[in-house]
Design a protein around this ligand. Structure first.
Ligand SMILES: Cc1cc2nc3c(=O)[nH]c(=O)nc-3n(C[C@H](O)[C@H](O)[C@H](O)COP(=O)(O)OP(=O)(O)OC[C@H]3O[C@@H](n4cnc5c(N)ncnc54)[C@H](O)[C@@H]3O)c2cc1C
Length: 388
């Protein structure tokens, strides 16, 4: 028998952004349905895995400013549920002293009076053993940064949503969307109606938006998530206070290289390149390009002498990139009761609590409590076709 139902709001996609949005809606007494195409938990989108970096260090003030509230909301969730979701490690930011990108990171933190420590070549190895700071590079530490326990956070917020009366239907793919004053959403198992719809479908966003006559300039790339073995177990571990790190650009490549201390897999340090190769999200594992791993191998050899320069474990994840790498948080240009949260460009996890709040506000027709101008769809100059 096929399922049916009427809701105040339907959210498509139970990744970090959809889960936080659904939770915010349920907290505001909205009858909310969260639809997910895969059985939960799953590792086929962008929000799986044990860890993500949380940081104030950004090259744009608006992200650094949004992080104030994010830290508070993560802490609130920890208190409400009695779970630990964040561990402070600090974030070591490194980059060429003459690099605009590196200087932007540093200046943004200084301007926003964010706690930080600038390191010099003389004291660097005393603070950060087992890392070679390249000649001509500078470094500082964003003190409040750390690790978010991603899988646990997702479970926690989905649990909170259900406790607040929300309904999750997983293993149920959305197959059609019919816009209108009442949006009709068809899935592999039924048909649902709602006053508003939120699309937080990560790499599948454009596939869903096709039903609404809209396509955004989003590029989906596969990221090889690499874990590197410590030559001496524990030498890069959280217990030894090794920080997360981010290289803004280096000899090997223009994009960031980032890493997290060993913890999740004992003896293995997670290090990734902040770019991958284009993929169809339904064909992710057919994308076998490993040029990002080659970049990382050269970086590890040059700068992290305590690691074996060959990844011991490689997992997969996807980014959904916008051309300017800023998010999309907006209403559909043709249907004001369809809200879109997309294009998190490989850095959206830490913002989950605030993004959930903002998408909830948009969906309720409230004035957003943050300035959303950097995240508007109109910056892309896209056209919509009638979906009817
Ligand atoms: C390797 C890697 C490292 C990262 N590191 C960091 C970091 O350190 N810090 C940070 O802040 N961010 C980081 N990010 C980015 C962050 O994880 C993402 O921005 C975030 O997870 C995006 O979440 P999302 O909810 O938009 O997408 P997703 O997690 O992909 O969720 C979308 C969901 O929609 C579902 N869906 C799609 N289509 C349908 C349909 N038709 N019907 C029903 N359901 C559907 C999908 O199955 C999926 O579950 C990283 C990402 C990767 C890949």
């Amino acid at each position: 028998m096929s399922a049916e139902g009427e809701y105040d709001c339907i959210v498509i996609g139970a990744g970090v952004q959809g889960s936080f949005t659904a939770y915010q809606l349920a907290k505001k007494n909205q009858k909310t349905l969260l639809l997910e195409q895969f059985l939960l938990p799953h590792s086929r989108g962008s929000s799986h895995g044990q860890t993500r970096i949380i940081r104030r260090a950004y090259d744009q003030d608006f992200y650094t400013n949004m992080m104030e509230e994010c830290y508070e909301l993560w802490a609130q969730l920890e208190r409400e549920e009695g779970v630990k979701l964040y561990r402070r490690t600090g974030l070591l930011v490194m980059g060429p002293e003459n690099s605009e990108s590196y200087q932007q990171f540093k200046v943004t933190l200084q301007r926003n009076k964010t706690p930080m420590v600038v390191l010099t070549h003389d004291n660097f190895s005393q603070h950060i053993p087992n890392v070679n700071l390249a000649p001509g590079d500078e470094a500082f530490v964003d003190i409040s940064a750390g690790v978010l326990f991603a899988d646990r956070a997702l479970r926690t917020v989905q649990g909170q949503f259900q406790k607040s009366g929300g309904v999750i239907r997983d293993n149920e793919a959305v197959t059609n969307i019919k816009p209108g004053p009442v949006v009709i959403v068809s899935t592999s198992a039924g048909v649902y109606r709602a006053k508003s719809l939120v699309i937080t479908a990560g790499p599948w966003t454009n596939k869903l938006l096709a039903h609404t006559g809209l396509q955004l300039p989003l590029e989906v790339v596969k990221i090889n998530v690499c874990y590197w073995k410590e030559k001496v177990p524990g030498s890069y571990s959280v217990k030894r206070r090794f920080p997360c790190f981010l290289l803004t650009e280096g000899e090997e490549a223009k994009e960031h290289i980032y890493g997290l201390p060993s913890n999740e897999y004992p003896g293995l340090v997670k290090i990734c390149y902040h770019m991958g190769s284009e993929t169809d999200p339904d064909q992710r594992d057919k994308q076998t390009d490993r040029s990002d791993i080659e970049i990382l191998r050269r970086y590890v050899t040059r700068c992290l002498p305590g690691l074996v320069p060959e990844p011991a474990v490689v997992e997969s994840c996807m980014y959904t990139l916008t051309p300017d790498r800023h998010f999309v948080l907006d209403c559909h240009p043709a249907y004001s009761n369809i809200v879109i949260g997309a294009g998190f460009s490989g850095h959206g996890f830490k913002f989950g609590p605030v993004i959930g709040k903002l998408l909830c506000e948009l969906s309720l027709g409230e004035m957003p409590s943050n300035d959303l101008s950097p995240f508007r769809i109109r910056r892309f100059h896209v056209k919509t076709k009638s979906a009817l």
